[in-house]
Ligand binder design. Structure first.
Ligand SMILES: [Zn+2]
Length: 154
């Protein structure tokens, strides 16, 4: 499994890298497949996702850059994943939100990220609308809707 190859990478390997581009090149060579993709934004239907990201950036004194979708997010205190945690720190401190790609889908219209159907059912902030693979304002029926209908889900 590719993730085991990180056990051969050392944090000191990162020290010689000058910028994010060089970090990305290094990861492509040694950790190919870990980064699945990037996105610029979360859907407006899930403002708490953007809020959490902005708050994290504030506490790290950086500006939100992009959402980085990866195949695996290590636990913060996993001794075997010191290298991968260091990589995550580099990107977090540069304004990236690092998320598991299995937990998101891109809106088929505007490409912003929505929780996947499975992740939707586990959201701590449960939205008052059913899951969809499109933002509400991107859906054809959403464009003609004048008022947002709020449904109570118990
Ligand atoms: Zn959309």
């Amino acid at each position: 499994m590719f993730i085991d190859s990180t056990l051969n990478c050392k944090v000191s390997d990162l020290a010689g890298l000058r910028d994010l581009k060089e970090v990305l090149d290094f990861l492509e060579k040694h950790l190919n497949g870990w980064i699945v993709g990037f996105s610029n934004r979360f859907s407006d239907d899930y403002p708490h996702l953007t809020c959490t990201w902005v708050e994290t950036c504030k506490s790290l004194r950086c500006n939100p850059a992009q959402i980085m979708l990866v195949s695996y997010v290590p636990h913060k205190n996993d001794d075997k994943r010191v290298f991968l945690n260091s990589v995550c720190d580099i990107f977090s401190q540069s304004g990236f939100s690092i998320r598991r790609y299995t937990e998101f889908v891109a809106c088929s219209v505007c490409k912003s990220l929505l929780p996947s159907k499975k992740a939707f059912s586990k959201l701590s902030v449960r939205p008052p609308f059913p899951w969809s693979n499109m933002c509400r304002h991107c859906a054809p029926e959403g464009k003609n809707q004048k008022k947002t209908k709020i449904e109570i889900v118990d």
